[in-house]
Design a protein around this ligand. Structure first.
Ligand code: AMP
Ligand code: MG
Length: 319
């Protein structure tokens, strides 16, 4: 097949680069509406960077120990998903990890290794049971001063899913949405007879574009998280950005990267973090036991493995 004609839109958002690919022509209003959907979500959920004045999640953080805050339904939905998942996945995913993430500040100029005596009191402020979710009033409150929500491990997946919905609302049924490794493959691809989109899985060891495998995807999402993405080097040791909520230290793992596959990108993003804990054996068993979730694992030893439901859609690169 020759390279088909597509509309490609690329722009920075949520600390990464979004790439939107749609077969054929897309009218500008549709593209603008999808871009707006992503930018508006970013503005309302960001907890990093200088522009937090319009962030509803930061408003919840600033009101910790004092007040509840009313959220837009969309933001409330994201926060609820994150808090409920944190209650379920204690010890792997915890969106209340904010104070600990802030202490490390990995990926930012002020990054440093916090001491154990610093981390102790901060860990006490990460209990997902200390969150009030008022569904009727669309309000969220953190019970203790110093608590902080951090939706970094789920917001981009949620946003990618919202972008897909925004396309669908405007009659676009086929698109490949990529928010820095948070991929939604919507409808049939125009580039292959089988209708599957080809999604490259980035090598944790090589430069960008260096792939360990290619995944065939259709009406599904794939999200990759890796310890190689952001890290701090201090006194010869490497500390990555995914933190074990029980210890406050970066996850100790033999996994360099996890790609989680699910129907919904929010679930995939969540599981790309959940499956970081415990290493290859534990994570494989956990994902196999979870309905609707599949995963591809890349270990530090460069071994590439996949769970049973996705294995036949994966082509591992040679070498
Ligand atoms: P991701 O980009 O999906 O790999 O998520 C990484 C981001 O999630 C980090 O930069 C932190 O902001 C946040 N985070 C780190 N550790 C955890 C954790 N155990 N549970 C939830 N969020 C986390
Ligand atoms: Mg994630």
């Amino acid at each position: 097949m020759t390279e088909p004609y597509r509309t490609v839109t690329t722009f920075p958002v949520m600390g990464t680069v979004a790439t939107l690919v749609v077969p054929g022509d897309v009218d500008e209003l549709t593209t603008a509406s999808v871009v707006r959907t992503l930018r508006s979500l970013e503005r309302r959920v960001t907890v990093n960077g200088p522009d937090r004045s319009q962030s509803q999640v930061e408003a919840v953080n600033l009101a910790a120990g004092r007040d509840t805050v009313r959220l837009d339904p969309e933001v409330f939905r994201l926060v609820s998903i994150a808090v409920l998942a944190s209650r379920r996945h204690r010890g792997s995913f915890n969106a209340l990890i904010g104070p600990v993430v802030k202490a490390w500040s990995i990926g930012f100029a002020e990054a440093r290794v916090p001491t154990d005596s610093e981390l102790g009191p901060l860990l006490a402020l990460t209990d997902p049971d200390d969150v009030d979710l008022d569904v009727e009033g669309s309000r969220v409150g953190l019970r203790r001063a110093g608590m902080r929500l951090d939706l970094g491990a789920i917001a981009k997946g949620f946003a990618a899913q919202r972008a897909a919905e925004a396309y669908r609302e405007r009659g676009i049924e086929r698109a490949l949405i990529d928010l820095g490794g948070n991929v939604v493959a919507m409808g049939a691809s125009d580039a292959a007879d089988d209708g599957f989109w080809r999604v490259g899985i980035q090598s944790p060891f090589g430069p960008r574009g260096d792939l360990v495998a290619t995944l065939r995807l259709r009406d599904a999402a794939a999200v990759t998280s890796g310890v190689y993405e952001r890290f701090l080097v201090s006194e010869g040791r490497r500390y990555h950005h995914m933190i074990d909520p029980l210890t406050g230290q970066p996850f100790a793992t033999d996994l360099a990267a996890v790609t989680a596959v699910a129907e919904d990108a929010t679930d995939a993003d969540l599981w790309a973090t959940v499956a970081q804990r415990g290493g290859l054996g534990t994570a494989t068993a956990q994902v196999e036991a979870e309905r609707g979730i599949e995963a591809i694992f890349v270990t530090h030893d460069r071994e590439v493995t996949a769970t049973s439901g996705v294995r036949d859609r994966l082509t591992v690169a040679a070498g």
